[in-house]
Structure formats: structure tokens, C-alpha cells
Write a protein of this length. Structure first.
Length: 332
């Protein structure tokens, strides 16, 4: 029996607090909130809700003031044309940048803006699909055709689950698994999966979900694309930051985030991720709750409690424990 894949699960009971003196240097806090893509449009409401959520917290859209605050605190300026919101009330002035996939047409730009924010911001919070543990995703990236021996298309699919259901039906007719059908079609070049991966930020290509054929589709097409943006190949400045990933089972990211890019961890990197399935309607509220918690200088335990309250759904598997885990960098 093969050994289990390595992974880091994080802790449900973190000790201590973020390094607020470093997060708030110069009296400014910079954050980027990314809202990913969903094929069925589940991201549309979160896309629309994030701005009202910021306005309700006293933020206003002001790109010029945002750039001035960032420059005045010695932080790098954003490199992509996305909206910025500022709040100047209180001891710490805050700048929040939005990187949103919308209908996917601007997904590559959104992914670029979020990646930029992961480096330059104190907090980067992603709200979207975990994509079977591969990483954040801001663009529609899947179409598949089945073709006959002459290359004529016999069926087309625009969602992983639809292809999986069809392969399951084909397998049932032959007395084999959907996975076997997929492998046979691939070997015979009778399945053509088209990839548009400009909106993917690839953290991990380990398959932690071997029981889900969609994971195989996703990882196969990412692994064979030489143009994907691997997080292991990105450059990050040496300084403290917090990254949070709100999406189904994003704790799949933790091992690679700790090992793939030493420079990202060199200045201290605190990670928050989910340990179970989450609902799209809770993902942006989770990001906003995290902004609230950091600006209120809460402990990590209190922040996890706030996130658990946002994601409280007793009907979900594993709902008897917090929705998120923390994987914290060593303290000096």
C-alpha cells in the first residue's frame, strides 16, 4: 500500500498574535482581497458584496490616496490597474486592494494583481475555489472534447463535474471505473482538454484527492502546461506577512507554501487556511472578518474563532471544529 502523501495540517489552537508592529509599520496596513472564479457563477454575489462590505467598515474608493499612503509608508506600489479602498480613521490607516475574477474575462489580470499583492501587502486573503489543492484560480480554464478515431468531436464539456459524470456513465456500461475510461481515452488521444491557465497561481501539484476524478483532470492539465505560474518560481521580498486562503480544504497548500519558496518564509510568514468544505457565500465575509480582526489586534485564536463563526454550518462534515487552521512562522 503506498505511503500517505506528506502534508501539513496546521493547528486549531494557535498561540500568540500576528506581529502587529511589523504589519502596521509606518502606521499603515496594506491588504489585498482576491475573489476567484466559479464556472456556475457562484462568485458573482461575493464579487458584488465585497465593496459594500468595505464601505460598511468606513472604507472609501480612493486610488490616489491609497497610492500616497503606500508610498509614504515605504511600501511598494501596485503594478496593476485594480481598485483600492482606504480608511484613515483610527490609529492605523488601511489600504485594501481588490483583485476579482468576475466572469473570468479579466481573470489573468486579477491573478496578477493578487500575486503582486501577496508580495507587497501585509495581508493577502484569497476567497475562491481551492481547485483540489492546486492553488488560487481566477479564470475559467476548462473545456474538454471527446473525439472519435477520425478526430470528429462526439461530445463537449465545460465543467469538470460534467465530464466526470459522462465518464462514469461510459464506465458503468463497460463495467469499469470512470478513471479507467479517462486513462484509456487519454492513451488513445480521444480526449482533448483545453487549458487557459493565466488565472491560476499554482502552489501544489500533489493529488490529495485521488478519489475525485476532477482532481486528476486539474492536476494533469496544469502539470503539462509549461506556462503556468508556479508559486515556487516567484520572487518575494524578505519581510513579515500574513496569507489566508478561504476555500474548500486550502490546508492542502500548507506544505508547499512552507517548502517551495524559502524567500517567502525568510521574513516570517503566517498562514491561515480552511480544513473542510466551505460555502461561497462565506468566503468574502471571511476575508473581511480577517481584516477586522487584524485591525483590532486580535490573537490568532480569536481570529480563528471569528472565522469559525462566519463559516458555522452544522450540516457540514467536520463542522464540530473550527473551519480554519493556522500554520505560524517561528517567533523570535
Amino acid at each position: 500500500m503506498p505511503s500517505a502523501l506528506p502534508r501539513r495540517d496546521g493547528t486549531l489552537s494557535p498561540v500568540g498574535s500576528p506581529r502587529y508592529d511589523e504589519l502596521f509599520r509606518g502606521g499603515v496596513f496594506a491588504a489585498v482581497i482576491g475573489v476567484g472564479f466559479d464556472e456556475d457563477g457562484a462568485n458573482r454575489e461575493p464579487y458584488a458584496d465585497v465593496e459594500p462590505g468595505l464601505l460598511a467598515r468606513g472604507f472609501v474608493r480612493d486610488d490616489a490616496s491609497a497610492l500616497a499612503l503606500l508610498a509614504g509608508s515605504g511600501r511598494p506600489l501596485p503594478r496593476h490597474p485594480v481598485p483600492h479602498f482606504v480608511r484613515t480613521a483610527g490609529e492605523v490607516k488601511a489600504v485594501v486592494t481588490l483583485a476579482r475574477a468576475g466572469d473570468g474575462a479579466e481573470g489573468t489580470l486579477a491573478a496578477s494583481a493578487f500575486l503582486d499583492g501577496m508580495n507587497r501587502c501585509d495581508l493577502a486573503a484569497y476567497a475562491g475555489h481551492g481547485r483540489y489543492g492546486t492553488g488560487p484560480d481566477f479564470v475559467y480554464n476548462f473545456t474538454a472534447d471527446l473525439v472519435d478515431a477520425k478526430g470528429a468531436v462526439t461530445a463537449s464539456f465545460r465543467a469538470y463535474k460534467d465530464l466526470e459524470e459522462h465518464l462514469t456513465e461510459l464506465g458503468a456500461a463497460k463495467g469499469v471505473s470512470a478513471r479507467k475510461v479517462y486513462e484509456d481515452l487519454t492513451a488513445k488521444r480521444r480526449i482533448a482538454i483545453r487549458r487557459i491557465n493565466g488565472g491560476n497561481l499554482v502552489i501544489n501539484l500533489r493529488n490529495y484527492h485521488s478519489g475525485e476524478l476532477g482532481a486528476r483532470f486539474m492536476i494533469d492539465q496544469l502539470a503539462t502546461d509549461p506556462s503556468i505560474r508556479r508559486m515556487s518560481q516567484q520572487r518575494f521580498d524578505k519581510r513579515y506577512r500574513v496569507w489566508a486562503f478561504h476555500g474548500c480544504r486550502t490546508h492542502d497548500y500548507l506544505l508547499n507554501l512552507r517548502t517551495m519558496n524559502p524567500q517567502a518564509n525568510a521574513g516570517g510568514l503566517d498562514l491561515l487556511a480552511t480544513r473542510r468544505v466551505c460555502y461561497w457565500t462565506d468566503l468574502v465575509p471571511s476575508s473581511l472578518a480577517l481584516v477586522d480582526g487584524l485591525l483590532a489586534r486580535k490573537t490568532f485564536a480569536a481570529i480563528l474563532a471569528d472565522l469559525a463563526a462566519v463559516n458555522h454550518h452544522p450540516e457540514l462534515e467536520g463542522a464540530d471544529a473550527p473551519s480554519h487552521v493556522a500554520d505560524l512562522s517561528p517567533r523570535r
